[in-house]
Design a protein around this ligand. Structure first.
Ligand SMILES: Cc1cc2nc3c(=O)[nH]c(=O)nc-3n(C[C@H](O)[C@H](O)[C@H](O)COP(=O)(O)OP(=O)(O)OC[C@H]3O[C@@H](n4cnc5c(N)ncnc54)[C@H](O)[C@@H]3O)c2cc1C
Ligand code: FES
Length: 356
């Protein structure tokens, strides 16, 4: 009898070493409860793919929403590690996690309605989407992202990074860079015609990818629409007066995949020689006249110009494979993992590969 009526919440999660206690409503996962309470719990995908919300269950019972072993290894599991975004509580718990230290108090996410105010093609497969909001979203930090859904068209939300620092965004609007994913439902629809006026919902802000205050040189690496959050971060560094050296490597296949060159030029002009933008092309024909860098963006990291990698902070954004290879390269060059910050643009194919 007792088992049939086991309590499903609300419960309390005690967080160590920071000492907070947060209420967790029945049906909410631990990460959602933590973010609703304004805690800077590290996270990226919120769907059990990236592993960034990993934390240690010290005591109490949880119900896993997916199999942690696709993301956590045997040693992690033996050590009691769980994924907060995939854990509902079955009792009060104590959880150990190193919370982030954001520059300002984080705003809890909110869902607001809006409509597509316009879009423009940035490359053959990336468009800028502008959304007019019916009411403001809570304040976001450059680098964070929102979830977008299109009621009746694509109801399941997709995540997109804010493409402008908040101070550079038009009042009442938010904008995103959206790459067309072959056979993708949301991007197929957005790229498939003029969608101006379409009702959307936007939830956010989410994510732990924001600027860590430091005088350390910054090394940014992005590919494809990974440009969006890096551009937002650069706008923030620029508005702070470039108090640090910044190098930005943008990886693309050919010149047709390069974009935001004017924006990068403008930031370079304001950068007092502190900002260097380095586009690098992996598949540009030899005969094209391109006299810039060639190869994969990780290949040029070994050049002499990156003598200060070890002392840098790295900000990476884009396809998961690019990020994995950059992290390997950077740690191999002596950069500590704690100074590497990244946002992986995971999609349904990564989720399903992890869970197959
Ligand atoms: C934190 C975060 C931030 C992001 N920011 C951006 C951004 O700023 N810009 C951007 O362009 N993208 C971003 N993304 C990616 C974005 O959220 C979407 O995943 C992407 O746009 C694809 O959406 P879609 O609906 O078009 O594709 P989906 O319909 O979700 O499909 C994606 C791919 O998975 C395949 N697929 C679908 N279902 C399955 C299945 N069951 N098994 C195997 N394969 C499957 C599809 O064929 C397709 O190739 C971000 C992702 C994350 C996690
Ligand atoms: S945020 Fe939990 S696995 Fe990505």
């Amino acid at each position: 009898m007792f088992g049939l009526f086991a309590r499903k919440g609300p419960f309390t999660a005690r967080v160590s070493p920071s000492g907070e206690s947060i209420p967790v409503k029945a049906g909410d996962n631990l990460l959602k409860a933590a973010l609703d309470a304004g805690l800077a719990w590290p996270h990226n995908c919120r769907v059990g793919s990236c592993g960034q919300c990993r934390s240690r269950l010290v005591s109490g019972k949880i119900k896993p929403l997916s199999d942690f072993s696709y993301v956590l290894d045997g040693a992690d599991l033996d050590d009691g590690m769980i994924l907060a975004c995939q854990a509902c509580l079955r009792s009060d718990v104590e959880i150990e996690v190193e919370l982030d230290q954001p520059p300002v108090a984080l705003s809890a996410a909110k869902t607001v309605s809006g409509c597509i105010a316009g879009s423009r093609q940035l490359t053959h497969d990336i468009l800028e989407l502008r959304v007019r909001l019916d009411e403001p979203l809570p304040h976001y930090l450059a680098g964070q992202y929102a979830d977008i859904s299109v009621p009746g068209v694509v109801d399941q939300p997709r995540s997109y990074s804010f493409a402008c620092a908040p101070e550079n965004e038009a009042a009442g609007h938010v904008s995103f860079h959206i790459r067309h994913v072959p056979n993708g439902r949301m991007t197929g629809w957005l790229h498939g015609g003029n969608r101006d006026g379409q009702k959307v919902t936007v939830s956010g802000p989410y994510g732990s990818f924001w600027l860590r205050e430091s005088p350390a040189p910054m090394l940014c690496i992005a590919g494809g629409s990974g440009m969006a959050p890096i551009k937002a971060l650069l706008e923030q560094v620029s508005s702070q007066g470039f108090r640090r050296k910044v190098t930005y490597i943008f990886g693309a296949r050919t010149r047709d995949d390069l974009y935001c060159l004017d924006e990068m030029g403008a930031i370079e002009n304001r950068g007092n020689g502190q900002f260097h933008f380095l586009p690098v092309l992996s598949r540009e024909p030899e005969s094209s006249g391109w006299d810039g860098l060639r190869g994969r963006c990780t290949e040029i990291l070994s050049l002499d110009r990156f003598a200060d990698i070890r002392d840098s902070h790295a900000y990476l954004c884009g396809p998961p494979a690019m990020i994995d290879s950059a992290v390997q390269c950077l740690t191999g060059a002596g950069l500590s993992e704690k100074n590497i910050f990244y946002d992986k643009f995971l999609d349904a194919s990564h989720l399903s590969a992890g869970r197959a």
